[in-house]
Design a binder for this molecule. Structure first.
Ligand SMILES: C[S@@+](CC[C@H](N)C(=O)[O-])C[C@H]1O[C@@H](n2cnc3c(N)ncnc32)[C@H](O)[C@@H]1O
Length: 263
């Protein structure tokens, strides 16, 4: 299931900016509305990137709450810290999410969370279920886990597939919600909420489509000229390059007793 990733902080920032500018629905607003984080909450952000969710959590929790964020990329953590200013209730750590239990135990000041969440990151873990187990075990009573991931079909991937092979990992990422998360959440929570966002991107220029694609793990320079010509054709026929971009959010609350932990 593990996919290669472009962990570059600059590439992530550029992809997020294109998504923000050209989406029919603002993804971050959609996500935050569903997560409904309250003032005073303690939030764990796994695979926080450049802080798209971290900063929104910080403003939602206010001065009485906290956000503990981790990411593999030192540049991304530096960006989060800069963007958050001197917020004393933010702690950002460079770490592999596979080590989240140890990072909470030894490095984060806050040890228990009202919400442990990961957006567009968990499927990069070598063993996502191990990360979920660790996230589950650091919840306060009444706490929730939330994971958001891409969901198939992805319009740009389908378009690119007409020209070249797309790495199998990208298809697996788009099935991660139904194939991996849903069975896990059903096994461990009495209450499981799933929300789907069926978004559409309308990108107005060839350059922006190409730049976005170049920042993904399914870029293939060998077919770039042919793809650019086809994108140009779409834009002149339809007034923009349109593609479907789906997201899957799953939230678990009210934990089931864990047979292994009770034994
Ligand atoms: C697509 S970005 C999402 C970032 C952020 N949550 C957002 O939605 O903007 C995926 C992030 O996962 C991080 N990542 C990938 N593998 C990781 C790992 N094993 N441990 C921690 N972070 C990882 C990358 O560095 C990257 O910042």
């Amino acid at each position: 299931m593990t996919a290669s990733i472009n962990t570059s902080s600059a590439a992530l920032a550029e992809r997020l900016e294109t998504n923000r500018k050209y989406s029919a629905v603002d993804f971050q607003d959609w996500l935050m509305q569903r997560l409904a984080v309250r003032p005073g909450a303690d939030v764990l952000d796994v695979g926080c990137g450049t802080g798209a969710q971290t900063l929104a959590f910080l403003s939602a929790v206010g001065p009485r709450g906290s956000v503990s964020a981790l990411d593999l990329s030192p540049e991304s953590i530096a960006t989060v810290r800069t963007r958050a200013g001197a917020a004393p209730n933010l702690q950002g750590e460079v770490a592999d999410m596979m080590d989240v239990a140890e990072v909470v135990a030894r490095r984060f000041r806050v040890k228990r969370f009202d919400l442990a969440q990961s957006t567009y990151a968990l499927y990069y873990a070598t063993r996502p279920v191990g990360v979920l187990d660790a996230m589950r075990r650091v919840l306060k009573p009444g706490g929730r886990i939330a994971v958001c991931t891409p969901n198939n079909p992805h319009g740009l991937i389908e378009f690119i597939r007409r020209f070249t092979e797309v790495p199998a990992a990208n298809d697996a990422n788009g099935r991660f919600g139904p194939d991996v998360l849903e069975p896990y959440f059903r096994r461990h929570f009495f209450v499981v909420d799933i929300a789907l966002l069926c978004n559409v991107q309308r990108v107005p220029t060839v350059d922006e489509v190409m730049r976005f694609w170049r920042n993904t793990s399914y870029y293939d320079s060998a077919v770039a000229d042919r793809v650019a010509t086809a994108v140009e054709d779409e834009i002149s026929r339809r007034g923009g390059f349109f593609y479907e971009k789906n997201s899957y959010l799953i939230v678990g609350s009210v934990p089931r007793p864990d047979a292994n932990e009770e034994a």
